[in-house]
Design a protein around this ligand. Sequence first.
Ligand code: PBG
Length: 348
Amino acid sequence: MSREPTNAPYPLARPRRSRAAPWRRALVAEHRLTVSDFIWPIFVIEGEGRTEPIASMPGVERLSVDIAVERVAAAAELGVRCVALFPKVAPELKTPACEEAWNPDNLVCRATRALKAALPEVGVMHDVALDPYNALGHDGLVRAGRVVNDETVEKLVLQSRVQAAAGADILGPSDMMDGRIRAIREGLEADGAEDVLILSYAAKYASGFYGPFREAVGADAALAAAAAGDAPKDKKTYQMDPANAEEAVREAAMDLAEGADWIMVKPGLPYLDICARLSARLSAPLFAYQVSGEYAMLAGAAERGWLDRRVAVLESLLAFKRAGCDGVLTYFAVEAAAWLREEQRAGG
Ligand code: PBG
């Protein structure tokens, strides 16, 4: 929707007039970041009363389920009303067949039941992909050195059904297998789980920015060990090529046609052009995932005093709104919620 410029020339027009005071800037702000834009990803571990730091994500911890419930309750107090759960699965439960992914009592399912019992008003999102459970580190089953599509999709349906049964509100297929959205949607319908949302990782790129996440869920070691055998060493045969933009429109349109409710672009900041493109071309709720490597860049630079953490983080999150996103998955969600509350109290 392009609009004609209506400004008079300088000095009749002086754009700085609109910027001369906080109240003036607030009146003409085109986009606004609010706490309801956030989904907060958290890492869960076994045990009780336990937290573990993640070296490559300073300030982010893995949490045992009881602590996760406490932290999510505190987040909800600040207005963060949706969390995405990622399990760090014990190495002995990781197998080449990934059976733990559809164990109804696996860690994410138990965490979800605990969260839903304590905080029924908080939305819970799950990742649908086999990598946390795969001895070979990949998002799908590996057969003869290939990550196979259709057999993986069958397993993703099993995984989705137990996740929905455990109380997940949103399923986020992050595996990038072809045809999985339709198969998952049909599986959910068969179980009467028609209110479960599918937020598809529609345009997920084979990115170097997932490194810290793979450390966080312990998938880095499995992937490295698998690559020493005949499994692929990276995810380029299923995740998208960073060289491609128009392909993202096709991927997202395909997922929507298969029954996705919402779509996501991932990573976030390096792919803002993809966010803007999807927002202009498709009519669907759109999210971006500000991934672990983006967190690490911002947090690392701030730790060294090279960036002002608050200013840089809030600016990076507002950028997603400007690019047309409805919301953002961010490890900064709780911290940003507290800053936004302060700003609101101070009157912007
Ligand atoms: C796995 C998955 C990944 C992320 C979310 N789900 C990593 C990957 O694809 O290797 C990355 C999230 C992040 O980096 O913060 N299916």
